[in-house]
Design a protein around this ligand. Structure first.
Ligand SMILES: Cc1cc2nc3c(=O)[nH]c(=O)nc-3n(C[C@H](O)[C@H](O)[C@H](O)COP(=O)(O)OP(=O)(O)OC[C@H]3O[C@@H](n4cnc5c(N)ncnc54)[C@H](O)[C@@H]3O)c2cc1C
Ligand code: SF4
Length: 651
């Protein structure tokens, strides 16, 4: 008799814990480094509100075995085994399997091979069965099947063959009160100031939210989906137990700035989007809890513990004090390396300080963090631009490694005539000037103050940057504030939460419109933007339908200030050329490649990460890249010849 895993659909809650357990068990009990390497051998299938896990049945007379032309699939010891070395990637088994339980995966030599459930032959029991929170998965073998048969026969003989209708563990687990997120300041009030619009959770609400968490597994779907793999179920459990300091320690094991991510991450498409309760009583408010833990710990006087760090002789220069640079500096400092961060701005944070507006992120938070980082031994060289105030070559001479975390500061253009007309402004300088004013800093000629009071403001673009410009213009008392976006609302790339906030604050939206022409007054100043209505056309290479202009639908939208929020591209860094640091066709810094550390550039001791490598993205992904770079730098330093290391240590 063969062995196989079955799932009870009545007890499956669709939490994906089995998939996560499977991948981790087959990856030396670690998270895979790449998202693309997350290929579980079991998969949760959904139909409406129901779900069930599907995996290999190790069928008798298995069609996969009989279809394999090279005997790579064989029956033995009661299961179907795959001899991977024999597999030629022909996909016959894939077609033959009636359960869709076989997948093709890439091998290191880039050839394809079949992958299927191996019943975790390398460990005592299948990981999926051991980690299912509702015991919906069972490993059946000959004796268990026989016992089950006898049990059912007995029930039939005794006339007790009615199905059990008592609510199972799944139903009891899923019975939770509705989500209660952070309270938001009323739109009429919040649009008069630049303070954060969300209040922190109160202790009672944080406790109630933490008790809603199902604790699907220690390694759950939410912490796989979080780019930092935060230990979400564990830190939520600590909130429930009232141990905020332990929760803060845990948050800092995987994150450099948990209070920031808790505020600005688009949780709806990351951790909270993966919460099992999302489509039921609403996802647990993971971001709010992360913020609550760190804010409360700080109020209690908590500081990261670094007392036990042994200082090392090596020094690393980090260019850019954004989330990537800070993530790198944090890990290096904790490993005893002297991390020195250079940034052209007068405060750390990168776009956290000079980009994301204060109503989303209180600027006092970064000043507080600077204090903490400085006590950890990180040195900041602010108002210092590499390539102007300090030469890159100096860093190459004086430091053991250099990390490039320079972000992307080139602006995408609309390709219209008169984009340089007075009144046409780029999103980022507009936001930076506004933030500098809120922070009480002097005006910087690179980011001149733009007065929109009493004016008609139109913002071109539909992402988070566009929303930030619109909501800043509202707070700067513009007469009207309009967002013009070329697709429909459902296609907007940014966070839905921010679109809702903008609308509540009085922003008008024009969807399915494309800019045609910047209209100017007699003095050459912008006074309107000619738009044409669009309808969805054929899908483009990205699968999204391309907007097609509708003939004769042009109209002029009055605009005294036209803000271009069309996205970012890498800025020029000619000083990298002397060291032959490779960039791709868009100007993004190239890292990794075969047999190289993931964040290493084409120069041995230069590493890079964040927006400068993967393009404009998110705070959390930049931070994850910076932390990875620090680990790669440590690997490189540890591999250096011992003699050289001894000389450095003697210095
Ligand atoms: C308006 C706006 C709103 C956003 N909102 C969100 C949001 O709500 N949530 C979210 O997750 N993400 C958001 N993002 C994206 C997020 O801020 C970025 O993805 C993230 O900050 C990138 O981090 P980074 O460290 O790679 O680069 P950055 O944050 O850009 O930091 C790079 C730093 O390098 C410095 N630098 C560059 N060149 C030099 C040089 N030669 N010498 C010295 N210093 C240099 C820059 O001054 C800067 O401080 C937003 C972005 C913008 C523009
Ligand atoms: S870092 Fe972002 S994605 Fe990860 S748990 Fe926190 S809020 Fe969620």
């Amino acid at each position: 008799m063969n062995k196989f895993i079955v799932a009870d659909p009545r007890e499956c809650i669709g939490c994906h814990a089995c998939e996560v357990a499977c991948v981790v068990a087959h990856n030396h009990h670690l998270w895979p480094e790449e998202r693309s390497a997350f290929i579980p051998r079991i998969q949760v299938a959904f139909q409406g509100a129901s779900s069930v896990a599907v995996t290999c049945r190790h069928c008798n007379d298995a069609p996969c075995v009989t279809s394999c032309p090279v005997d790579a699939l064989q029956f033995g010891d009661g299961e179907i085994k795959l001899v991977e070395q024999r597999c030629i990637g022909c996909k016959n088994c894939l077609v033959a399997c009636p359960f869709g339980a076989i997948k093709m995966v890439s091998r290191p030599d880039r050839t394809a091979a079949a992958q299927k459930c191996d019943l975790c032959g390398h460990q005592a029991a299948p990981a999926c069965v051991a980690n299912c929170p509702t015991q919906a998965l069972h490993l059946l073998d000959g004796p268990t099947l026989a016992a089950l048969r006898h049990q059912r026969q007995r029930r039939t003989v005794c006339g007790d063959d009615q199905p059990n209708t008592a609510p199972g563990l799944a139903a009891r687990l899923l019975d939770k009160p509705a989500r209660q997120g952070a309270l938001k300041i009323d739109a009429a009030q919040r649009k008069t100031h630049f303070q954060e619009i969300y209040r922190g959770l109160e202790a009672e609400r944080a406790g109630a939210e933490s008790r809603r968490c199902l604790y699907c597994a220690q390694k759950a779907w939410c912490n796989w989906t979080c780019p930092l793999h935060n230990a979400i179920p564990d830190f939520i459990r600590l909130v429930d137990q009232g141990d905020i300091l332990a929760a803060a320690e845990l948050c800092h094991q995987t994150s450099t700035l948990p209070e920031i991510c808790g505020r600005v991450c688009p949780q709806d498409r990351l951790c909270e989007g993966a919460c099992t309760l999302k489509s039921r009583s609403g996802a647990v408010t993971i971001g709010n809890l992360e913020r609550y833990i760190t804010d409360t710990a700080f109020e209690m006087g908590w500081r990261p513990a670094i007392g036990a760090v042994t200082p090392r002789a090596e020094k690393v220069a980090i260019i850019g004090a954004g989330p990537a640079g800070l993530g790198c500096a944090d890990i290096l400092a904790r490993a005893g390396i002297q991390a020195e961060v250079f940034d052209r701005h007068p405060e750390i944070g990168g776009l956290l300080t000079f980009g994301i507006p204060p109503f989303k992120l209180d600027k006092a938070l970064m000043a507080h963090r600077r204090d903490i980082f400085s006590t950890m031994g990180i040195r900041f060289h602010l108002n210092c631009e590499i390539g102007r105030d300090v030469l890159f070559s100096e860093l190459m001479v004086h430091y053991d490694a250099v990390f490039l975390a320079t972000g992307t500061y080139g602006f995408l253009q609309a390709g219209l005539a008169h984009e340089d007309a007075p009144g046409v402004v780029q999103a980022l300088p507009f936001l930076i000037a506004s933030t500098r004013e809120v922070k009480g800093l002097d005006e910087d000629r690179r980011y001149p103050w733009i007065n929109v009071r009493g004016k008609n403001v139109v913002v071109l673009g539909g992402g988070d940057t566009a929303m930030d410009c619109l909501r800043t213009a509202i707070r700067r008392e513009a007469a009207s504030v309009t967002c013009a976006y070329r697709r429909d609302e459902a296609s907007m790339p940014g966070s839905k939460k921010e679109v809702l906030n903008a609308r509540e604050e009085g922003v008008e939206f024009l969807f399915n419109v494309q800019p045609q022409h910047i209209q100017r007054d007699r003095k050459g100043r912008v006074n309107g933007i000619r738009l044409i209505r669009t309808q969805p056309g054929e899908p483009g290479p990205d699968g999204r339908r391309r907007p097609q202009p509708v003939k004769g639908s042009e109209f002029v939208q009055p605009a005294d200030v036209l803000i271009m929020a069309l996205g970012f591209r890498p800025h020029a860094m000619p000083w990298l050329d002397r060291y032959a640091i490779k960039r791709d066709e868009w100007g993004l810094i190239k890292t990794g490649g075969s047999a190289r550390l993931a964040t290493r550039t084409s120069q041995r001791k230069v590493f890079a990460g964040g927006d400068a490598v993967h393009g404009a993205d998110l705070v959390v992904t930049a931070m994850a890249a910076g932390r990875q770079a620090a680990r790669d730098i440590l690997t490189m330093l540890d591999q250096q010849p011992t003699k050289l290391k001894a000389m450095q240590e003697a210095l």
